[in-house]
Design a protein around this ligand. Structure first.
Ligand code: S5P
Length: 276
């Protein structure tokens, strides 16, 4: 069986990377392949939303650089919530520079991402040296990296040969690169003649997920959890505004209801998939 029909639990057992294993185990334990993306600008909104959705998610995705009143205590609160509710943390930093620069951006500055974020991601555009730079910081800490092989936006340039090269780059660094931000399963993509996929198991985390709208008027494109998990073979659905809405999650009951709804839809699609 390919990873398409394998359970999260059986994939966890085989994964060499600590962060990948922890994510897969969390998904199985909580029966949730839902990642919430918390893109709000105030500490209080950020922490309130996470506390409400915590029980229903496997992963919190952050953009800590948009928090206006950021100080390091936000990270300490986030870590407390991660323990309280049993979820992993993914800072969606989208690194895109030379190895030396990304190593500094990952380890240092105001945010010190590598110190608290189990997963982060990078654009493959600089080539393999971006992985070398990030791995020099992240591997000793047991972190995992996702490459952006595709994007959810209209007119994305990450297609075709670019996507294939991204997968080749990942294949060359299996200890640190655990998978992709992408819109579909990537098993065997970009294999050259005579190469085989072996037992590679890339995790696919997929944004652009919404049940009620098709887009946001700024290029975002939404598909349903069923399309993403069952039809396209992705592993984790990433949902932002579909869960916290237009008012920065001001109504906790509404946020909770949406989190439950997306968790349910994502899990149903997965169960159908492994039964296939
Ligand atoms: O291709 C992508 C990659 C990412 S990481 N498309 C995306 O939308 N994202 C991120 O997912 C984006 O930065 C945002 O944080 C989230 C989607 O949010 P939503 O409110 O549209 O669900």
């Amino acid at each position: 069986a390919t990873s398409f029909t394998q359970t999260y639990a059986s994939r966890a057992e085989k994964h060499a990377n600590q962060a990948a294993r922890a994510l897969l185990e969390t998904i199985e334990r909580k029966r949730s392949n839902l990642c919430v993306s918390v893109d709000v600008t105030k500490q209080a909104d950020f922490l309130r939303i996470i506390d409400v959705v915590g029980p229903y998610i496997c992963l919190v995705k952050t953009h800590v650089d948009v928090i206006e009143d950021f100080d390091y205590s936000v990270i300490e609160r986030l870590q407390e919530l991660s323990t309280k509710h049993d979820f992993q943390i993914f800072e969606d930093r989208k690194f895109a520079d030379i190895g030396n620069t990304v190593a500094l951006q990952y380890s240092s500055g105001v945010h010190k991402i590598a110190h608290w974020s189990h997963l982060t991601n990078a654009h493959p555009v600089p080539g393999p040296s971006i992985i070398t730079g990030l791995a020099s910081v992240g591997l000793p800490l047991g972190r995992g990296l996702l490459l952006l092989a595709e994007m959810s936006t209209k007119g994305s340039l990450a297609t075709g040969a670019y996507t294939e090269e991204a997968v080749r780059m990942a294949r060359a660094s299996p200890d640190f690169v655990i998978g992709f931000i992408a819109q579909r399963r990537m098993d065997g993509v970009g294999l050259r003649e005579g190469e085989s996929a072996g037992d590679e198991d890339f995790l696919i985390l997929t944004p652009g997920v919404g049940l009620d709208t098709k887009g946001d008027g700024m290029g975002q494109q939404y598909r349903t959890p069923r399309q993403v998990v069952l039809e396209s073979g992705c592993d984790v659905i990433i949902v932002g505004r579909g869960i916290y809405g237009k008012d920065n999650g001001a109504n906790p009951d509404a946020v909770r209801a949406q989190a439950e709804r997306y968790r349910e839809e994502g899990w149903k699609a997965y169960q159908e998939r492994i039964a296939a």
